[in-house]
Design a protein around this ligand. Structure first.
Ligand code: ADP
Ligand code: MG
Length: 201
């Protein structure tokens, strides 16, 4: 499918396989995020793009956040199945009053360079596809329940299997460098101001 691709969903618990210990935490959103714009057929692999976080949904989502456990990774939480569509609708509702310039400033979210994988993660032999999103930013705390919006701009490579964790991490480090180089180009920089990311739908 043509880029840019748009995905959105609440940050849910992932497989808990310690990506944080590797220094590469990956935020997970439900696969239903893929159904936005009909991207269910998206090739598995590594992609790069821009992401924003809406922290205002944390309280409403944390109570319903479901754990995708490693032993039962076929279960997609009922709650999160419908989330992406509901959020898509609310995102298109215009503000009731015009915003003052300072409000506009305040509501402009930070846009983060992002590398993500969509697929089965062969190294972990997952039986269902997942979306693993690493934001290239050091956050002071977790943001489970926040709404993550993604604008995917390019494909880096297909998924590979690895002999060990070190080889996996080495490739992710290279994916991060490719992402930084790619997004630094003007043609991609302008997408960081796309309405999808700043909440204008
Ligand atoms: P899980 O298995 O629950 O996904 P991870 O070890 O992969 O756990 O950590 C992912 C979580 O870490 C995210 O859901 C998010 O709350 C937090 N996090 C902190 N910094 C980042 C970052 N730079 N990119 C992605 N997630 C981050
Ligand atoms: Mg994760």
């Amino acid at each position: 499918p043509p880029f840019p691709l748009k995905l959105r969903g609440p940050v849910i618990k992932g497989f808990g396989r310690g990506s944080k210990e590797l220094g590469i935490p990956t935020a997970n959103i439900p696969l239903s995020g893929l159904s936005i714009g009909g991207h269910d057929d998206l090739d598995s692999g590594i992609y790069y793009g821009w992401a924003t976080l809406d922290h205002s949904t944390i309280s409403q989502n944390t109570s319903s956040t479901s754990v995708l456990s490693a032993t039962d990774d076929t279960s997609v939480p009922e709650q999160s199945k419908n989330f992406a569509v509901a959020d898509l609708e609310s995102a298109s509702v215009p503000p009731s009053r015009p915003l003052t310039p300072s409000q506009v400033q305040d509501e402009t979210p930070k846009v983060y360079p992002t590398v993500l994988s969509i697929g089965y993660n062969p190294f972990y032999a997952n039986t269902t596809r997942s979306i693993e999103i690493h934001l290239l930013h050091l956050f002071p705390s977790d943001f489970y329940g926040a709404t993550l919006s993604l604008l995917i701009l390019g494909f880096i490579r297909p998924e590979y299997d690895y002999v060990d964790k070190d080889a996996l991490v080495e490739d992710i480090r290279e994916d991060i460098r490719v992402t930084q180089r790619s997004l630094a180009r003007d043609a991609y920089g302008k997408f960081a101001r796309d309405g999808w990311l700043v909440g204008a739908g």
